[in-house]
Every structure is written in structure tokens, then in C-alpha cells.
Design a protein around this ligand. Sequence first.
Ligand code: SAM
Length: 203
Amino acid sequence: MKRIPTTVFSEWAATGRDERMAKGHEVAVNNMLEYALKDKKNFAFIDAGCGNGWVVRLVKALKGCLSSSGVDGAQMMIEKALSIDPTGVYHHANLSNWSPNKKVDIVHSMEVVYYLSDPEAFIANVYKDWLKKDGRLIVGLDFYKENAVSHSWPEDCGVSIMQLLPIAAWISFFNKVGFNNIQSWRVDKKENWAGTLVITGVK
Ligand SMILES: C[S@@+](CC[C@H](N)C(=O)[O-])C[C@H]1O[C@@H](n2cnc3c(N)ncnc32)[C@H](O)[C@@H]1O
């Protein structure tokens, strides 16, 4: 039986699988942060779908970071984030209907957006209500049409909502909602692995 993503990921946090996942995402996330933070002097940052909050804490320690917070819909992920970092800012919320009180300069999201029932609506909402003018959204995706090895994941992981879309569709969402300077590339592409698809744009 398949379950909704946040239920599955709560269980992952409870069984320690979140830590292995974070390790697996490290190379792509470092690449994304390097790109998003270059030339940024002072910035406010949100990790959308932050899991156990490892990227929130990594970014919080960087020079020029004014604020770094995370949002995730899995209760146990947020509990784990707060147990590691009790003074940190971690929101337990559904990304499909949440917005921050204060707009930020960078919204980062690794391996999250295809779990949403309407990814385009989320990207539009980030553009409108999350980002300051000139702010950047950067997303990383391993589950997409051109990455054949990922196609079995909904069955393998028993997850009910996973949108399998081609690269062109993801880029078109960024275009349609109004992002400028859209760039996309793939990190760590190798045999039998099409790489982490990174897409970014500026408001
Ligand atoms: C593959 S994990 C990635 C976690 C983290 N970004 C990382 O790299 O370790 C996907 C995360 O997205 C969260 N998520 C999925 N759907 C969500 C939703 N509708 N609202 C909030 N969080 C959601 C899950 O709870 C999970 O923590």
C-alpha cells in the first residue's frame, strides 16, 4: 500500500534513514549552494522540504547569513531538527499552503518538489509570496523522466504522490510563473545515473 510522502518521510526520520539520505544529497546540495550563494553578501534563506534540517544548519553557519529556516511536512523530521538545534527555526507545514512571514533572498529545495500534488502552483507561490525581488529559487531533482533508474521509486518506497516529469516540463514551470535568468544543469551524471537535475531562476 502506498502512503503520502510526509508519512513515509516521518518514518524515515524515526528510523535514521534521513541521515543516509542527507549524505546521498551532499554533492548536489554543495553544488547548488555554491551557485546560489556566490556573490551574496547578506542573505535570508529558506530550505523548502528541509528534512532533518541539515542544510538549514549548514547555511546558518556561513558568513553573511542573516536568517536560515526550514519547512517540512513530516512531523518526525521537524522534531529531529529541533532536537539537534533547539533554537533553530523549523516549521511543520504543508508546502502546498504555507508562506513565510517575511520574504527571503534564497529558497533552496533538494528532492522535494515532485512530491507535491501541484508543483507549478508551489513554484508560483514561491515566486509571489516567498521571494524578495531579485531573490532566487533553486531546486534539485533526482526523480525525472530522463533519469530512468529513478522510475521505480514510487513502488520501491511506497509513496503515493511522485510527479514523473521531463526536464522541459520543470523548466517550463519556472518560465510560466515569471522567473528570469533560468539556468539548469545536472550534477554528478554518470553511467546509469542521469545526475541531479538543478533548476534555478531569479525573481
Ligand atoms: C527526499 S526528502 C529530502 C529532504 C531534504 N531536502 C534532504 O535533502 O535531506 C523530501 C522531503 O520533502 C518533504 N515533503 C514532501 N511533501 C511535502 C509537503 N507537501 N509539504 C512539506 N514537506 C513535504 C518530506 O517530508 C521530506 O522530508
